[in-house]
Design a protein around this ligand. Structure first.
Ligand SMILES: Nc1ncnc2c1ncn2[C@@H]1O[C@H](COP(=O)(O)OP(=O)(O)O)[C@@H](O)[C@H]1O
Ligand SMILES: [Mg+2]
Length: 402
């Protein structure tokens, strides 16, 4: 593998390399024995997590994933071994101090119900003694980062948010003090599949900007393939069955345990290795709020389309409209956002796009880029072509882009 193969970044060729803000983590012979238990929950794990990468810990329930993760921020004390973050041995560092520099996100977000969204996000900056203005600015920045309108959400309470929104706030809170390391324990386990896909896409987008070191626990192998620069497949006692890139694990499972974990349909899983940004997008007929509907109809007819995608002032897709809905001269004056609009991001996988398409009435799915702006559409034909391409020997020898 060349070095470029292990990043998620896929940056524009002319852009600068983003700075890696993460720090390397090294687990060195780490063991955890819970009192009164014969076998250790984690038995002598040694694992190096490179700076700025997302490493996924996957494995069956009870294999020691959570215990391994919680030893990194010393919510659980190791019985043996050492843990380094950067060059610092954190095994003897003050745990409270340590946790201010290690973000932690859990399933169900773990927000404090009696604190507003803003206060939840401000928690660690406050502990670090930031002044009020800096904290306020940071809360706003974090809400924007996770795609929640600050004016609308800052003063709400967690119960006034959907599960997906709570999870976003959880991520914002974990990132508020700009920690080099982010630990995530099945963070998207409690939300519906579509919300999960969006949260995954957002995490990848965030990571392009942030380049943190992220250790992410999941029992879902597809999630591991999608998000991971590397995957550690764990057996009981956190024994590492295989530690490699998703491509390498799919191509060469180390043993029967890994094969079993990958499960059936490895060919279809290859669709998870192809990103929307790797295929050619199509152009839909586009109209903007405030446009003249008659012109929008004329333009759509020229392209031979029966629907237009309407964009808001910031270029974000609002909804599909059939041409007949554009007969009234004020049809584009105000257009409500379709909350169920099927869309994927450039970081989404073709598998995600296919999922969205299957629930869509259009056979196409809208693609959004930075700040949620419209980029184009993916059509079912594109997915089918990609699948055929993936099965051809030429592809196996050549590039597998992520
Ligand atoms: N606080 C605890 N006390 C005793 N045993 C525990 C405790 N937490 C976890 N275990 C045991 O340690 C093993 C690993 O648990 P855990 O790390 O939670 O696994 P995973 O996150 O992979 O499901 C399991 O056998 C579990 O029962
Ligand atoms: Mg667990």
């Amino acid at each position: 593998m060349s070095e470029t193969d292990v990043t998620n970044a896929d940056l524009p060729a002319d852009g600068p390399e983003p700075q890696v803000h993460g720090q390397r983590i090294l687990l060195d012979g780490v063991t955890k024995r819970y009192p009164g238990q014969k076998a250790p929950a984690v038995d002598d794990i040694t694992l190096e997590i490179p700076a700025g990468e997302i490493v996924m810990l996957v494995g069956p329930s009870g294999c020691g994933k959570t215990t391994t993760l919680k030893m990194i921020n010393r919510l659980i004390e190791p019985s043996e071994g050492r843990i380094l973050i950067g060059d610092e041995d954190v095994t003897h560092k003050d745990p409270d101090e340590l946790r201010r520099h290690v973000g932690y996100v859990i399933q169900g977000a773990g927000l404090f119900p009696h604190l507003t969204v803003a206060k939840n996000i401000a928690l660690v900056p406050r502990l670090l003694g930031w002044d009020k203005a800096r904290i306020e600015a940071r809360v706003t920045e974090m809400l924007e980062l996770v795609n929640l309108e600050p004016d609308q959400y800052a003063s709400r309470y967690p119960r006034e948010l959907s599960g997906g929104q709570q999870q976003r706030v959880g991520v914002a809170r974990a990132l508020a003090a700009d920690p080099p390391v982010l630990l995530m324990d099945e963070p998207f386990g409690a939300v519906d599949p579509i919300t999960r896909q969006r949260l995954q896409d957002e995490l990848l987008r965030l990571q392009e900007e942030l380049r943190k070191t992220i250790v992410f626990v999941t029992h879902d192998f597809d999630e591991a393939v999608k998000l991971g620069d590397r995957i550690a497949i764990l057996q009981v006692g956190s024994a590492i069955a295989q530690y490699d890139t998703p491509e390498a694990i799919l191509a060469n499972p180390a043993n029967e345990f890994v094969e079993g974990f990958i499960g059936h349909g490895a060919a279809l899983k290859q669709l998870t290795l192809t990103r929307v940004r790797d295929v050619d997008l199509h152009e839909a007929a586009v109209a903007r709020v405030g446009d003249d509907p008659a012109q929008a109809v004329a333009a759509a007819e020229e392209l031979g389309r029966e629907h237009v995608i309407v964009l808001d002032g910031a270029g974000r897709p609002l909804r599909w409209l059939p041409l007949r809905a554009l007969r009234r001269p004020d049809a584009l004056t105000r257009v409500a956002r379709d909350e169920n609009l099927e869309s994927v991001s450039l970081a989404s996988t073709l598998n995600d796009a296919l999922d969205e398409m299957l629930t869509s009435s259009h056979g196409v799915v809208v693609v959004t880029g930075r700040r949620g702006r419209y980029e184009g559409v993916v059509r079912i034909e594109t997915v089918m072509e990609a699948m055929q391409g993936l099965q051809s020997p030429a592809h196996e020898a050549g590039r597998v882009t992520r």
